[in-house]
Design a protein around this ligand. Sequence first.
Ligand SMILES: [Zn+2]
Length: 191
Amino acid sequence: MRISEEHFLTEALHMQSPNADARPVSGDISLLVIHCISLPSGNFGGDLVSQLFTNQLPKNLPPEVSDLEGLRVAPHIFIDRSGNVTQFVPFHMRAWHAGKSSWKRRPNCNDYSIGIEVEGSLDQDYETQQYQALQKVITALFEKYPTLSWETIVGHCEIAPNRKVDPGPKFNWLDLIYRLSRDRDIGKLDR
Ligand SMILES: [Zn+2]
């Protein structure tokens, strides 16, 4: 997997989201934010997630997700339970995924981050295919954007601790870091 000049993953499904705009500082990509989502919560495989990210939710929403109406959100990347990767926003653009947030006292993480949504819920283990997909995507990101490293990967819960808990306690950070450390960018671990 690699990233094109146009800042798209070459091996991903592409769906365009309007929920993005230009980064205030062009080329500033210095943080990677992991989220989880499932709609309705705990249900996997439906269309609601991609409909949410493209502002195409159906008119008659099930009551348990009716609060999504009017939301304008999108990550750069979504990884479903089978490890399929969909890109909604090219990486040089600012995707609207983090909301009010700060990292190392720097506010507005959307300005300088890449957002990855993993299909999941707070109380269920993630699938091996999802870690494999994350490994491929993040390794490609490391290669394209050298300001990123394993030290700049955070959960949404870390940059918005009073509002957010995702990707939750079931997300296996050690598994992810171990997978990344086996890749050729292991050198970055020595800093
Ligand atoms: Zn989140």
